[in-house]
Design a protein around this ligand. Structure first.
Ligand SMILES: NC(=O)c1ccc[n+]([C@@H]2O[C@H](COP(=O)([O-])OP(=O)(O)OC[C@H]3O[C@@H](n4cnc5c(N)ncnc54)[C@H](OP(=O)(O)O)[C@@H]3O)[C@@H](O)[C@H]2O)c1
Length: 262
């Protein structure tokens, strides 16, 4: 089985670090032309320069802040004038802050809803016509295992991820007729800057060392280790490829077995 994304353009969000960056790197290695999206222009330029170009791809980036959906809409509409066809969309952005649901504010829910659901929706509405016209479409959402089993102390995140999962399943059913697939990747604890921040915060809160927090977290994972960002990226690359044409509407954990339900 050989995975090739040659001739495809992918738009990868949250691509300056972590899981998004790993996906962009794997897509480029598999032959795709990749457009990276995030806020930090310097980091975007650095990642563009890291991407494989051995298939004569044309990589690019778009600077956008997902906490401002109206601005994002204008930016991606302008983007499509230069790049009218996007075959593969990876919806991904920074996760909501941790915290109990009892203490969550309306503003936190609204911000997370805008960053995760509204921005995904704007990107899909912008790129869907070109997926239909080019007869190739893959939409991949990076969410969380909390859509199967809510995680403690992630009140806003648990709530918004469930909304995204239901939006995604509904979308999958509507666009299947065009051969376009929509799938969710549910990362478990993955060794990125976000995970390191969460570990530091927990360590401070409980007045213990970060290594103790890390060991406690690993004990809860049957594989006793964190994922590397490449591991969800390999799944994303398969889902983005022609080989995954009959897989749609799914939620696939990449979590070393941590999720306790089926
Ligand atoms: N890592 C884990 O263990 C884990 C587990 C479960 C779920 N997840 C979820 O998976 C997703 C990716 O995780 P990660 O660990 O790779 O996260 P990360 O290391 O924090 O990276 C987040 C990416 O999103 C971009 N981003 C953040 N805020 C943004 C905004 N307002 N507008 C546009 N882009 C923004 C960041 O770039 P800029 O700062 O340049 O904008 C960065 O490229 C997140 O939703 C996370 O909650 C992660």
């Amino acid at each position: 089985m050989q995975i090739s994304l040659q001739g495809k353009r992918a738009f990868v969000c949250g691509a300056t670090q972590g899981i998004g960056k790993a996906i962009a790197i794997q897509f480029a290695k598999s032959g795709a032309s990749v457009t990276l999206c995030a806020r930090n222009e310097k980091a975007l330029k650095e990642v563009v320069n890291e991407l494989d170009q051995s298939h004569h791809q044309e990589h690019s980036y778009l600077c956008a802040d997902f906490s401002k959906p109206d601005e994002l809409k204008k930016l991606v509409e302008a983007y499509t004038r230069n790049f009218p066809i996007v075959h593969i969309l990876v919806n991904n952005t920074g996760g909501p802050n941790p915290g109990s649901i009892v203490q969550a504010t309306s503003d936190e829910f609204l911000k997370a809803f805008q960053m995760h659901l509204m921005c995904n929706h704007i990107l899909v509405q912008t790129f869907l016509p070109s997926m239909i016209n080019s007869k190739y479409g893959r939409i991949i959402n990076i969410i969380s295992t909390s859509v199967k089993q809510p995680l403690p102390n992630l009140g806003v995140s648990n709530t918004i991820r469930a909304a995204v999962a239901n939006w995604s399943k509904t979308l999958a059913n509507e666009v299947a007729i065009y051969g376009i697939t929509v799938n969710n990747i549910l990362p478990g604890a993955t060794n990125t800057q976000r995970l390191q921040q969460i570990i530091q915060q927990k360590a401070l809160k409980n007045n213990v060392s970060p290594s103790i927090v890390e060991e406690e977290m690993k004990k809860e994972i049957p594989m006793k280790r964190f994922a590397q960002p490449e591991e969800p990226a390999y799944l994303a690359t398969f889902l983005a490829s022609p080989l995954a044409a009959y897989i749609t509407g799914t939620n696939i954990p990449v979590d070393g077995g941590r999720t306790g339900c089926l």
